[in-house]
Design a protein around this ligand. Structure first.
Ligand code: 5AD
Ligand code: SF4
Length: 462
């Protein structure tokens, strides 16, 4: 009999990827994904710990689940297994078990390949199963092949964890040490995705450009080489990767941007701050000028490269002058879009112990100033496309009937009135509107670049 599985996902794309893989692991046990938790046989909260209030959100969600779990039991409808996964589980597993004893399973990001055993154990015995180990084996060697299609644009985890230890960040503690999957494994997964209808692959990793692996010829490959190998897969039209660290932006990867047409002209390259003093306190291991030089090299290789970044304002000890350096860097670089955050002290990280924490109002006003600048840059970037024609890969249905939504090479969301048969294809769109977070346009011609791959593109992804 089929059992109902509900997974709620917070946070980054890696969590989205992990949630899909958890469903793959549970599929042989009869679990099928459902859209709401009420009445489900198993609920997994896949959590994020990167910024504030994450654990409060988890506990309030757990309160609601407890009621549903009780209601299900009282109705004689069996047991709801409640599980907490992801980075909050890793960081606060014991507290979760203590505060919410009705939680059946708590497990970290590196152990979900053992879900069948954890479920069996939870079903057999009373009390919670807690599994926040960093096992010696890699979960990737144990996960089953992905079930079904991920759709036109898919994510593929190639690297996980981080050894950089930025002083504000929990990732090295929650995700563990840097780990690269093998090239053979990645290429096989990519081929399967493409055979199932995927046209664009976004390579995922907390430090994706630190990826390295042994090639079949005995040499060590970096991400640039991996991108070149992926570009050989027939039918894979677009390749992206995220998120990168400036220190790992090597020359081969930069050259790949010039030489591999499938590698899209968009790069998310966080810098976090523009002041060298703050960058040093953050343990970023690069200066603002190092970053400027990398951007210059990238733009020399790929002049139309669209840049994105992450910024933290209000890091402990950040002065007005330091913050002005961040604004100067943003002005120098010019971003197509970016993410910016108020510094949030994370338990267990070195920066949280600093005595120079800044008041909330200072963080607020700096964030507002930075966002104003970044928004203006994004708007100018988007406005520059009005009247131009860009190739858009339609990967979703639009909000309105008859509309399709997709991405430009530069990662902008683009929507247009378009026939359904253009779904899953790259179509030339003339842009006629620039909006805060998207572009709108008109299909130039119904002739598309290439024929669809696989048979189930539309059915499988909407
Ligand atoms: N406070 C605020 N922002 C943070 N980030 C990571 N840790 C923190 C923190 N403690 C941001 C960084 C990172 C992005 C994923 O989240 O900018 O690049
Ligand atoms: Fe966190 Fe820094 Fe590692 Fe990025 S590079 S995951 S910000 S420690």
């Amino acid at each position: 009999m089929s059992k109902k599985l509900f997974i709620k996902t917070w946070g980054c794309q890696m969590n989205v990827y992990d949630s899909a893989r958890m469903a793959d692991v549970l599929a042989p046990l009869g679990y099928r994904p459902v859209e709401e938790p009420d009445g489900a046989d198993m609920v997994i909260l896949n959590t994020c710990h990167i910024r504030e209030k994450a654990s409060e959100k988890v506990f309030s969600e757990l309160g609601r689940l407890r009621q549903m779990k009780d209601a299900k039991a009282q109705a004689g409808d069996g047991r709801m297994i409640v599980a907490v996964a992801g980075c909050v589980a890793q960081a606060e597993g014991e507290e979760i078990v203590a505060r919410a004893p009705y939680v059946d399973i708590v497990f970290g990001p590196q152990t979900y390949h053992t879900l069948p055993e954890m479920v069996a154990k939870a079903t057999r015995a009373a009390g919670s199963v807690l599994n926040t180990d960093f096992p010696a084996e890699s979960k990737f060697d144990y996960l089953p092949d992905e079930a079904g299609s991920q759709g036109v644009a898919a994510f593929l985890a190639v690297q996980e964890g981080c050894d950089k230890f930025c002083t504000f960040c929990v990732v090295p503690y929650t995700r563990g040490a840097e780990f690269s999957r093998t090239g053979v494994q990645i290429l096989a997964e990519a081929r399967r995705l493409v055979a199932a209808g995927t046209r664009e692959i976004n390579l995922l990793g907390q430090n994706v450009n630190a990826w390295h692996g042994d090639g079949p010829d005995g040499t060590t490959w970096g991400l640039g080489r991996l991108v070149r190998e992926l570009a050989e897969i027939d039918g894979l039209e677009r390749i992206r990767y995220t998120t990168s660290h400036p220190r790992d932006m090597d020359d081969d990867l930069i050259r790949a941007h010039a030489e591999v047409p499938q590698l899209m002209p968009y790069l998310h390259l966080p810098v976090q701050a523009g002041s060298d003093r703050i960058l040093a306190a953050m343990n970023r291991k690069h200066t603002a000028d190092d970053y400027r030089r990398i951007i210059d090299k990238l733009r020399a290789a790929k002049p139309d490269l669209a840049l994105s970044g992450d910024f933290i304002v209000g890091f402990p000890g950040e002065s007005d002058a330091d913050f002005a350096e961040t604004l100067r860097l943003v002005t120098d670089v010019g971003y197509a879009q970016a993410y910016s955050f108020k510094y949030s002290p994370r338990p267990g990280t070195p920066a949280a112990l600093e005595h120079t924490q800044l008041p909330e109002e200072v963080k607020e006003s700096r964030l507002a100033a930075l966002q104003q600048l970044l928004n203006a840059q994004q708007q100018a970037f988007n406005q520059g496309f009005v009247g131009k024609t860009v190739p858009v890969l339609f990967d979703r249905k639009g909000k309105r009937d008859g509309q399709l939504l997709g991405r430009s090479p530069y990662m902008q969301s683009v929507y247009a009135e378009a026939n359904e048969r253009l779904f899953g294809r790259i179509v030339e769109i003339r842009i006629d509107g620039a909006h805060p977070n998207s572009l709108s346009g008109t299909v130039v011609t119904d002739e598309y670049h290439s024929s669809p791959i696989g048979t189930q593109t539309l059915e499988a992804t909407v």
